[in-house]
Structures are given as C-alpha cells and as structure tokens.
Design a protein around this ligand. Sequence first.
Ligand code: HEC
Length: 102
Amino acid sequence: MDRALRLLAAAALLTAPTSALADAAAIFQARCVTCHGADGKAQTPVGRVMKAADLTSPAVQGLDAAAMAKVILENPKHHAFASTLSAEDAAALAILVKGLAG
Ligand code: HEC
C-alpha cells in the first residue's frame, strides 16, 4: 500500500470511532459526571446521595457494551435524561464507560 492509501485507511479507521467517542466524552461531562464523577467512581455529593453506581466496579464493568448501552438508556434512575440520548450516544457512552476501568 502506498503512503497516501495508508494515510487514508488510517483516517477512515480513526474518524468514525474517534468522533463518536469525542461526543461521548462531551455527553459524559454534561450528563453523567454530576452523579458518577469524572473518574466514574460516583464519589460526588449527588452520586453519594443517589447511590450512583461505581462505573469502574466489576459489577458494571462485567456488562458487555450492548448490555451497558441498554442500562444507560433504561435504568430507572436515568429517566430524567435517557430520552434525550440516542442509541448511538448510549453505545458510544458504553465504550467510554468501559474505558474508565483503566
Ligand atoms: C441523576 C444521577 C445520575 C446521572 C446524571 C447518571 N446516572 Fe448512571 N446511575 C445513577 C444511579 C443512582 C445508578 C444506580 C442505579 C441502580 O442501583 O440501579 C446508576 C447506574 C448506572 C450504571 C449501571 C447500571 C446497572 O444497572 O448496572 C451505568 C452504566 C450508568 N449509571 C451510566 C451512566 C451514564 C453513562 C450516564 C450519563 C449519560 C449516567 N449514568 C448518568 C445515577 C445517575
């Protein structure tokens, strides 16, 4: 493969997931951090009061990405904002949450 093609292939690989994850990071910041914290451990004032799940815990990390996207959309504690998230948002958020395990 010549250099231009390789660059194109790399760009194609990068753009789709990267932009979805960039969106997910912005959504996480805007919609999730209040309860779950930037590190996902839910050690925020609201997170403690609401007993928000520690997103780095084995219980949460044990969910596969599809199951995680489903609970993000369907957990009753999320009803205030879940309807504003698309399935794509939830799928990208699930990948981001799985990345919090470190
Ligand atoms: C208003 C507070 C609040 C906000 C905002 C919030 N959550 Fe939660 N979340 C909770 C609580 C409380 C639980 C635990 C619910 C339970 O025990 O069933 C939870 C549970 C979860 C779980 C685990 C669910 C399960 O059933 O195991 C995931 C994953 C999750 N939240 C992701 C997110 C993401 C991603 C966002 C942002 C789009 C978000 N949460 C925003 C309060 C919140």
